[in-house]
Write a protein that binds this ligand. Structure first.
Ligand code: PGA
Length: 242
């Protein structure tokens, strides 16, 4: 793993955006695995800026998102489809038809998981998978436990995850209890992984994930087995990596 800690926000964001932009400039038909959450918001804003300045074009790029809540309509303000449209897609020159996110409203969720896996299998591997990390070590919505799933599946969100995400909803009751998420094997198939970790509240889980034992109790620790991972930490999250 290549681990970098940044003293300021602009270095963190510019490095992350630079990695994506140089990949896309080298391969205009690149396939990107994308993530939601507060962590990549600055990165997406930087990519929008670079796109507007003509420094990178997403016309030929295809994207696959990690996860989506179950039961929120696509146009709900907190659905991950809305998040991606608002924070990135509608501000850049990407073809929206080439942006894929699991459908958390499919009538048959199991079939939707199989469909998403078939699509990843037929079109993959992605060139770069962007990841954040949960306070409990989750990647995507692969929550810690005795076992993990390899492929896309419906998962029950842990209370820690629902509590963390309640800040985006008017009350915790409104946070969905389930989500569809890509599995860990699908994530690990990416040619390269870029893990972003921000904030002092993530310092401890960053230490566990990057230097602790590889265990399903910390799903992000599995990334230690991937041959091509770059980790960008801000000053707060990088306390143990100075
Ligand atoms: P956050 O979420 O970026 O909002 O902290 C990350 C995650 O839960 O994976």
């Amino acid at each position: 793993m290549n681990i970098y800690t940044f003293q300021n926000e602009s270095g963190f964001v510019q490095t992350a955006a630079g990695i994506i932009a140089s990949l896309v400039n080298t391969n205009p038909r690149a396939k990107l695995g994308l993530a939601t959450g507060s962590t990549p918001v600055g990165l997406y804003a930087k990519l929008i800026e670079m796109n507007k300045e003509g420094l990178v074009s997403f016309k030929g790029v295809t994207t696959y998102n990690l996860d989506e809540y179950v039961g929120l309509p696509d146009n709900h303000s907190e659905s991950y489809r809305t998040f991606m449209n608002e924070k990135l897609f509608k501000h850049i020159d990407i073809n929206l038809a080439q942006t894929f996110i699991p459908n958390g409203n499919a009538a048959d969720l199991e079939e939707e998981c199989r469909r998403y896996d078939r699509m990843l299998e037929e079109n993959g591997p992605v060139d770069l998978q962007l990841l954040g990390i949960g306070h409990n070590g989750h990647i995507g919505f692969n929550e810690p436990g005795e076992t993990l799933h390899s492929g896309t599946h419906v998962t029950t969100l842990q209370e820690k995850t629902r509590t963390a995400n309640a800040r985006f909803f008017s009350s915790i009751e409104e946070v969905p209890t389930h989500a569809i998420t890509m599995g860990v094997a699908s994530i690990m198939k990416a040619r390269q992984i870029m893990l972003l970790i921000r904030g002092e509240d993530k310092a401890e889980i960053a230490r566990r994930a990057l230097t602790g034992p590889i265990t399903t109790e910390c799903p992000a620790s599995l990334l230690q087995c991937h041959p091509n991972v770059v980790v960008l930490l801000d000053q707060g999250a990088g306390r143990y990596f100075k």
